[in-house]
Design a protein around this ligand. Structure first.
Ligand code: ADE
Length: 349
């Protein structure tokens, strides 16, 4: 059997399975293209259960592209607070403005047009086109790659762009249109999320494609797909300065470009400072702290960097004017502080 024949035989079985096993999720309930778009962006780096409350809150406050185009950056980041990868939210808004201005507020239906919008790549374009518009367009994420590479027992590197191109091409030639396009996109993801689980987790006995699966026939399902070693993250040590003056805490805004662009943060500096070193630094900032003491440590993984952080609680008598001073309540209500700093936000608010 060729790979194309194998996948061709798998599609109707997968559709039949998915019709019965489809989980009810909020973005599946008569979705607008906008709802599909927002949910797919959220789900790219966030687990389904974690994304649901964010999705519901987001859609209630910003039910369409026009509302998203007009909301303040501050409120948008507040809605996204805790989800991480904030450039996703900023790109959503950039795209919403294009949609509002150039497409009369409605997302275009072709994958090709969708791909022109900021933050929409091949995966998201395929997902919106198939799920919302019934176009015969695959949406290949990590789950879909795993399903297809196991089904065909291919030892290609799942992280290599060529592999994704190959899988996308193979699927595109076999994709149905209309309701089945949406069902197939969803069903492939669903199978990868609930049955065809990574490594040793494959639940082949519950899989509707088991009889067709070459990896299973060869006993290779736990070994597939193979993934090249990603580059190790660069480790950065930082000292987070939790400055308190009366009932106010110091925050500042990050630069508009780069990691966590435009987000609020507690002042922090490179390196692991001890309280004496921190005191000296604060002297340079024009502050004379009453006390400096260790206040916990934390680690945060970004895509390419790992922060190893030490917190220092610093009590001041005088607010340094270059920083913004907020009560715990104001911080909580008005500012999106990235989850990298969660260990301290939890102590403060
Ligand atoms: N993962 C990414 N998109 C998804 C969707 N629409 N349904 C379920 N899981 C997903």
């Amino acid at each position: 059997m060729t790979e194309k024949e194998r996948i061709g035989a798998a599609i109707p079985r997968l559709l039949a399975w998915h019709r019965v096993n489809r989980r009810p999720l909020p973005w599946r309930d008569r979705p607008t293209p906008y709802a599909v778009w927002v949910s797919e962006i959220m789900l790219q780096q966030t687990r389904i259960e974690a994304a649901i409350p964010y999705y519901l809150r987001f859609m209630e406050r910003l039910p369409d592209a026009r509302a998203l185009a007009e909301v303040s950056q501050e409120e948008l980041l507040k809605l996204w607070e805790g989800l991480g990868y904030y450039s996703r939210a900023r790109n959503l808004q950039k795209s919403a403005r294009v949609v509002a201005e150039q497409y009369g507020g409605a997302l275009p239906s072709s994958a090709q047009e969708l791909r022109k919008l900021p933050g929409i790549g091949d995966y998201t374009a395929g997902a919106i086109a198939s799920l919302a518009f019934g176009q015969p367009e695959p949406a290949v994420d990590g789950n879909v790659l795993r399903v297809i590479l196991r089904l065909t027992a291919r030892w290609d590197d799942a992280l290599a762009p060529d592999t994704r191109v190959w899988v996308t091409g193979l699927l595109r030639g076999l994709y149905p249109s209309g309701e089945d396009a949406a069902l197939l996109t969803e069903g492939l993801m669903e199978l990868g999320e609930t049955v065809c689980l990574p490594r040793e987790g494959a639940r082949c006995s519950a899989c509707p494609l088991a009889e067709l699966c070459l990896a299973r026939e060869r006993g290779e399902q736990a070994a597939l797909p193979v993934r090249s070693q990603p580059k190790p993250r660069r480790v950065e040590e930082r000292t987070v300065l939790l400055l308190r003056c009366g009932d106010r805490w110091a925050v500042r805004r990050r630069a508009e470009k780069g990691l966590l662009a435009g987000m609020w943060e507690y002042p922090n500096v490179e390196g692991l400072l001890n309280p004496e070193e921190a005191k000296a630094l604060l002297g340079e900032w024009g502050a004379e702290p009453r006390s400096v003491e260790p206040w916990g440590e934390a680690r945060h993984l970004f895509t390419h960097v790992e922060w190893q952080m030490r917190g220092l609680l610093i009590l001041c008598d005088r607010a340094i004017p270059e920083l913004t001073w907020r009560t715990a309540g104001e911080l909580f209500r008005e500012h999106a502080i990235p989850s990298a700093f969660r260990a301290w936000t939890e102590k403060i608010v």
